[in-house]
Ligand binder design. Sequence first.
Ligand code: FES
Length: 570
Amino acid sequence: MSDSPKGLTNKLTNYGDKEFSKYLRRSFAKSMGYTNKSLDKPIVGICYSESGFNNCHRNFPEMLDAVKRGVIAEGAIPIHFPVISLGEIFLDPTAMVYRNLMAMCVEEMINAQPMDSVVLMGGCDKTVPALLMGAISANIPSALLVSGPMMTGHHKGERLGACTDCRRFWAKYRSNEIDKEEIDIIEGNLATTAGTCAVMGTASSMAILSEALGIMLPGTSSIPSVHADRLRASEETGALAARMTMNSGPVPKKIITEKAIENALRVLLAISGSTNAIIHLAAIAGRLGIQIDMNQINRLSDETPVLVDLKPVGSGYMEDFYAAGGLDAVLHELKDQIHLDTEDITGQSLKDRLEASSNNYRDFSIIRPKSDPISDVGGLIALHGSLAPEGAILKRAAATESLLEHEGRAVVFSSLEDLAERIDDPDLDVEESDILVLQNAGPSSDSGMPEAGYLPIPKKLAVKGVKDMVRISDARMSGTAFGTIVLHVTPESQRGGPLALVKDGDRIKLSASNKSIDLLISEEELNARRASITIEQNIPSRGYKKLYKTSVLPATEGCDFDFLKEETRG
Ligand code: FES
């Protein structure tokens, strides 16, 4: 970082007279009650994504007070500023569409306002990648602080946590295993505290990966939202950000290196994290000019064991993960496979961090030792083949073992609307061994790549007890969902990928062992179908939606905008 002036005299409003700009700014700052002594100090900006439409950030006011306490204790001035908030469940068509808008907002507001370092406050799924993407591009000293996971609720003697149990009980309700009265009771017990979803979903995965990237205070990614440690972490993050103003660093581009990204990928596989994290990591890497290669994912996946026994794949919740040692415990088990010379925002190397932390006296049932893993291979793999020439993702850890090698007949839904209309039709021609295919739900579709890849089991099969089928789409899946589900098929249907050409009755073959997904029709037939279809693009006439549609990159490039990637910056 350059030796630019510290504090309020940074980034002056331009009136063509620098001294006048300073005088006017100080005058207006004094209207907020700041004294000359305060105005001469460095400034820690606090990028604050609280919103009444975001339940996951409900604990932010208390955390903000603690961050400010830490900043002031270290001799800087904390100034918080709002950015867009993305509450996953409150956005139409999906929070994913707005992740890049938030990232742009973060980058521009950091760049435009006078701050010497910034605390990035987020938590809910898309907010963490948006904060990191924006902060990397702005590249001033930055520290991420997350809201932390929710605590679990209870129902009839079992623990409930959003949102794996949301889906589990909804599936029971659809198959008439529970009635309306019971689902209404469960509705009130799934999300009972502030914080992010209580399982190893996207928010938890992204928080843990951010810590693995080094952009967060070590040990803080999984502290439950309501735990006193969360407030202590907030105060310490504020204090660290204040010290960063004195040192003018480190900046995100120094911390988030190619090695750090590989470490994060390795951790993602070991925690059996969310498929969405692959997209977000690709976008974060893209801001550094780094491309995540699908073959790299498979190489790492084949040599990285799954160590964490958490829902949606296993049995525990994030509160158990924290109690079992959090990321430190995972890193200790992976220390022979990760780059130990990466550094975090405190300036320490991963090697030093692990040497300073104890791996004794911990509960090995939730975070298993490498010698006794949940699985010998990683939770996610990339697939290639005639149905996905540029790749697709399968969370093999969440799949039904017997479906990992499967050939079946395609039952095709051309859109989300078509899916909603026909999936429960008693006359739908569908059998348990069929493969459900959803088209036109990718990044550039009108629905903006929703978490619709977890297609519901057709009701006529669900009531017979069918729990899983192979399902394929260019959509995403919630990190809290499970099943034999092939996602992010690239090229997507809207861009003329082979997925758009699948018809009812076609044979499709999934082979997890070969890492392949193939449409079993001839090249001639595929070309004939390609020549016979026209794909309407439906570009909106104005506004952000127009920008989104004309700029969004494929899932393999993180769905960032083409003009925001590192190599396209001037
Ligand atoms: Fe915010 Fe799940 S809804 S993390």
